[in-house]
Design a binder for this molecule. Structure first.
Ligand SMILES: [Zn+2]
Length: 58
């Protein structure tokens, strides 16, 4: 299972979240929960989430 945020291949069943059949790994999930809007990485993670919300139905 590939994380849609960091594109790292993770073992299925590993900690993380599935949203609309897209996978976010534990690392990215933590980042998303704690990241601040002024963090340079904010857009990176938000874009990852947009892939889920906008393209969830394929
Ligand atoms: Zn990730």
């Amino acid at each position: 299972m590939k994380c849609i945020c960091c594109n790292k291949e993770k073992i299925t069943g590993y900690n993380g979240v599935m949203i609309n059949k897209k996978y976010i790994c534990e690392d990215c999930e933590k980042q998303i929960k704690t990241i601040k809007i002024d963090d340079p990485k904010y857009n990176f993670y938000i874009n990852g989430l947009k892939k889920i919300w906008c393209c969830g139905e394929e």
